[in-house]
Design a protein around this ligand. Structure first.
Ligand code: GRF
Length: 219
């Protein structure tokens, strides 16, 4: 049976598009079973529509729902899809422990820095302000501490003199689009997994698999 993923987005959805492209190229065996957004007008939803993927909208209205109630709504919306992995691809809301536990910690995120450097929403700006000579992107499993969970893979890019947030973000994004589908495929193939205790487990063949050209933690 296909490995089923749910992708959660809030905006542009270029990482979702990269996942769907990888599928078209047969570099990804996982099936995108649902796309969820907290923003009904998210541009990225068009990629789901074009690919005939079911869409779920779960809005968090100010004062209407607590973060916990919002996360419960997310969980109960996605549970019927029987997903093997949740992928946060530009989902701009905080995910709580009840959601993460509800999916046995099988929740992945893509972040535009070399974690643990530059956590949070303005990672590219922080890298520029720090005068970093390189930055990059990280795919990691999600824990209740934002941008802190076990790292699956990373890709580096140089920070160039004269870079702006836009130019650096574009250079990082190009790598995001490679590393995210590769990480999903490595997980779908069983080369990388998260245990119930929250530990990352790598199989010997991980460095010869889809993640081979990326930085992967040592087993
Ligand atoms: C990406 O930079 C991702 O790393 C961050 O949010 C952005 C989403 O971009 N978490 P997109 O919506 O996938 O184009």
């Amino acid at each position: 049976m296909a490995f089923r993923i749910g992708v959660m987005i809030s905006g542009r959805g270029s990482n979702l598009a990269a996942v769907l492209r990888a599928k078209d190229r047969r570099e990804l065996s996982a099936e995108v079973a649902v796309v969820l957004s907290d923003q009904p007008t998210a541009m990225g939803l068009d990629f789901a529509r074009q690919a005939n993927i079911p869409i779920e909208i779960v809005e968090r209205k100010p004062k209407e729902r607590s973060s916990e109630a919002f996360n419960e709504a997310l969980l109960h919306t996605l549970l019927p899809y029987k997903l093997d992995l949740i992928v946060l691809a530009g989902f701009m809301r905080i995910i709580t422990a009840s959601f993460i536990d509800g999916f046995d910690r099988k929740v992945l995120n893509i972040h535009p820095s070399l974690l643990p450097a530059f956590k949070g929403a303005n990672a590219q700006r922080l890298a520029l302000e720090a005068g970093a000579s390189e930055s990059g992107c990280t795919v990691h499993f999600v824990t209740p501490d934002v941008d802190s969970g076990p790292i699956v893979a990373q890709a580096r890019v140089p920070v160039l003199g004269g870079d702006t947030i836009e130019t650096l973000s574009a250079r990082i994004l190009a790598e995001e689009h490679k590393i995210l589908p590769a990480a999903i495929e490595a997980i779908a193939l069983g080369q990388v997994r998260i245990t119930r205790g929250g530990e990352l487990e790598l199989r010997n063949d991980v460095s010869g698999g889809p993640l081979r050209q990326f930085l992967i933690p040592s087993s």
